[in-house]
Design a protein around this ligand. Structure first.
Ligand code: NAD
Length: 417
């Protein structure tokens, strides 16, 4: 078999194949799931501020829609390419099915460098992308959302452009919008909050009292800082935390509200008086109950996995643990909450946003958070059951839950014969 470790598309295919084989499903399930149902590559022409026309490559991939319309983010990045978008769409199918959302997976983006674009150019490019894919997206077809280098403002331009094309306000087209035009309460904090919900549940199963637990967190951005803040409010001790500038350590626990205020003023964490410096490597290897990698991919590798001393690794970031490291942690008895579940709070509240748009009835933040906990908790329990039934990692168990659900939908719909 070709070395699949470098190509994310081949890696995604391999994970689906393993899941189909482990579940003993009919080969037709893999034949359908091994590639997206639809992959679109579009030319996105737009006028630069200097009056010249430039054409960027845009993508939208819809992996599988057996469970419902497809859903997935839009990424603006120079490295965006078809294989990556396909892999990310497949991964979204797993996330949506695992969480029990009535969606299939999708992904899209434009190969571009946002740092080279003015605000006006970014707006024109965002609108042109929507024109280019408007035939294949829609609130009942395929619903985009923010991802790397896209944000609520970009979602707002996109929903506006689509609404102009349709001749009616169509807020359900896209999620991650500003609140005033159909965004959901609780959306910004959803990923960090969901990570804490999932981890608390696993901790309880392992006999660890989350409210008394000791935590180390890599990354203090949208995911890491929210997880730190909520965990602190629940009584847990955050012993160490880092950003790209450096790490902080306090064996008695860091005061997170004070750190958030320090970050607001100083931008980075370095120099915070309530803790001492710590390196990234030291942070990852601390003897804590819970470790949240919430910054970058490939942080726990074959080189350091043997030195990890946390009892639970809750993946906030995408792909922070390499496959070799996963095996080492499994052998050491360290439970890894996989990214497909650990950071799925964002897509879950995106689903709530879409439901609110479709019904035109908006929920309070408490309502959003209560339902988020319900969804995370159910997915955790289903994943755990598969983990025990097949003796596999939680990551593989997540794929088993998802693939079984998608296969069931395809079977009922008559796609497998
Ligand atoms: P962000 O840009 O808000 O924050 C990233 C944080 O990581 C920052 O504090 C940054 O300083 C820190 N960081 C960067 N390099 C680091 C390094 N070498 N060592 C330590 N810290 C470092 O990003 P985010 O939205 O919090 O996303 C973090 C991860 O979670 C990414 O992998 C992202 O794909 C994933 N994720 C985010 C969401 C979401 O809703 N924001 C949803 C799903 C997945």
């Amino acid at each position: 078999m070709a070395d699949s470790s470098l190509n994310p598309y081949l890696r995604a295919q391999q994970a689906f194949k393993e899941a189909v084989d482990t579940l003993g499903l009919e080969p037709a399930v893999y034949e359908i799931l091994k590639q997206p149902l639809r992959s679109f590559e579009v030319a996105v022409p737009f006028i630069r501020d200097d009056g010249n026309l430039q054409v960027f490559n845009g993508y939208r991939v819809q992996h599988n829609d057996a469970l419902g319309p497809t859903k997935g983010g839009l990424r603006f990045h120079t490295a965006v390419n078809m294989d990556e978008v396909k892999a990310l769409a497949m991964w979204m199918s797993v996330k949506c099915a695992l969480l029990g959302l009535p969606y299939g997976g999708a992904k899209g983006g434009i190969a571009c460098d946002v740092d080279q674009l003015s605000d006006h150019e970014l707006e024109r490019l965002s609108r042109e992308y929507i024109r280019a894919v408007s035939l294949v997206i829609g609130p009942d077809k395929d619903i985009p959302a923010p991802d790397v280098s896209t944000n609520p403002q970009i979602m707002a331009w996109m929903v506006d452009e689509y609404s102009r094309i349709r001749g009616e306000n169509t807020f359900g087209l896209i999620t991650g919008k500003p609140m005033v035009i159909g965004g959901s309460a609780g959306r910004v904090a959803a990923t960090g909050r969901g990570l804490v919900f999932a981890t608390k549940q696993l901790a309880t199963e392992l006999g660890i009292d989350f409210a008394k637990s000791q935590i180390a967190i890599q990354g203090f951005g949208n995911v890491g800082s929210v997880a730190a803040d909520i965990a602190y409010a629940m009584g847990a001790k955050v012993l160490a935390i880092s950003d790209k500038d450096g790490g902080l350590y306090n064996p008695s626990g860091i005061n997170i509200p004070e750190l958030l205020e320090y970050q607001r003023v100083h931008r980075f964490l370095t120099g915070f008086p309530g803790a001492e410096p710590i390196s990234n490597e030291e942070l990852l290897e601390l003897p804590v109950d819970i470790l949240f990698p919430a910054a970058l991919e490939n942080q726990i590798t074959a080189d350091n996995a043997g030195k990890i001393r946390a009892r639970i690794v809750g993946e906030g970031a995408n792909g922070p643990t390499t496959p070799e490291a996963d095996r080492i942690l499994f052998d050491k008895g360290i439970m890894v909450i996989p990214d497909v579940l650990g950071n799925s709070g964002g897509v879950t509240v995106s689903y709530f946003e879409w439901v609110q748009n479709q019904t035109r009835f908006y929920w309070s933040e408490d309502e959003v958070n209560r339902r988020l906990e319900e969804y995370m908790s159910r997915a955790m329990a289903e994943m755990h059951t598969m983990h025990e039934r097949f003796g596999v990692t939680l990551r593989k168990a997540a794929y088993l839950v998802a693939v079984e659900r998608i296969a069931q939908a395809m079977r009922y719909r008559g796609w497998l014969k």
